[in-house]
Design a protein around this ligand. Sequence first.
Ligand code: NAI
Ligand code: MG
Length: 490
Amino acid sequence: MQHYDLFIGGKTTKPASNKWFDTSNPYTGEVWAKIPYGDASDVDRAVTAARTAGDGWAAMKASQRGHLLMKLADLLERNAERLAEIEVRDNGKLYAEMLGQMKYIPQWYRYYGGLADKVEGAVIPTDKTGIFNFTRHEPLGVVAMITPWNSPLFLLSFKLAPALAAGNTAVIKPSEFTSASALEFAQLCSEAGLPDGVVNVVTGFGADTGAALVAHPDVAMVAFTGSDAAGQKIYEQAAKDLKHVSLELGGKSPNIVFADADMEAAVVGAISGIFAATGQTCIAGSRLLLQRSIHDQFVEKLLAMAKTAKIGDPMKADTNVGPVTTPPQYKKVLDYIEIAKKEGAKCVLGGAPYAGPGASGGQLVQPTIFTGVRNDMRIAQEEVFGPILSVIPFEDEADAIKIANDVKFGLAAGVWTSDVGRMIRMSEKLRVGTVWVNTYRAFSYMSPFGGYKRSGLGRENGLDAIKGFLQTKTVWIATERNVASPFVMK
Ligand code: NAI
Ligand code: MG
């Protein structure tokens, strides 16, 4: 049994509560590690360590800060296999997917490390005479980072790399279901030479440990990824102190297939949209919108391919669909299958826990497809976060747009068509932060990502993301002596 401690001020440290909680392997159901239960006093210690480290970190030459982030990238690269294995043990995602993420994560630290010394203010040629005007971009201070269980270190890096490059320090509260990797990651930050207190990790549950962190008066910003429900609570709490907030929340993304699409590619896209990662991604293409003229033929092809998906051990190279990560999530997925059936949707694949070859005592669900779904059903409106696909027919472009936009979320959409004009029209009219055309689930540290509507606030990744962790200071310096009337604006 692995036994972890908190990571505060560059050192491992026991939680004040002297309590630990279990974390389990979703595939076997076995408890494999003890995670420290941090309380408000631990949060306070971590925020104080981050605040204390902040002055030195912000004052460090930006190129030196960038250099340290690049050293961290090299260390992460060397530890990719080990970290991927920890992620799989804790969240049950495919090893192939997690190893891919771990090998990609170093790029975030290289990209934003390289950007650290390119944060430039401006000299503004204002219309005032006798005053010199310029801007500087300064860090916010301590950033609280609250992350989910589906891609723990990947989603953390979206926040941590630009925040550190900008000169902020961090207190991380990972998901209570997948805390181990953040605690391991923090050790690598020290090994890379990041000063003590720049990166701190306090583990615990959302309602107490997470809430204490959000409410801490010395936290300047909360960067959150998770459910819209928790995002709303965090936003409300942060509003009390007018803290900066970024929110990357859920989705109910449509994958829209027109009759003129490359059918083979669209079938692969539909499957990757919902069954990859066992549907546990914010960008899951959980609504498949099919033009009516190709509906039956497409569903037939979709079923043929979905049936070949191999369910089981996420560590095995030939597994396609692993377990659902958390026990409450497992229950939620099964509950939604019942809700969809009661609503009158037709289950044409799966619809039950998986107990075939490779079943393990863990949280396995059969890939499930519902046809005959109406967009006003709960199964089409609410985020399930599991391998459940809702198929909805549409008539024409206008109908597709209406259905696609008729949800509270707006994270992403897929469009499958061979008509270039339609690609442009659809990308204009879809109320979402990312539109994929004839592809799905493409991601890069260089390209902005974030949500419209209830899918979130702010953008992660890309050049501009670093601005979310900076504030602008404007400086006016008189170049001429000025003793004009004090009662009139300059
Ligand atoms: P959650 O949103 O409750 O938890 C995410 C993180 O927020 C965790 O670290 C948790 O401890 C923390 N947290 C929760 N409430 C908090 C509060 N009041 N103050 C501070 N921190 C708080 O997500 P959960 O329970 O893990 O999953 C529930 C649902 O959320 C899923 O079924 C799915 O629909 C959605 N989800 C969306 C994700 C995304 O990438 N957008 C990722 C994970 C879940
Ligand atoms: Mg776990």
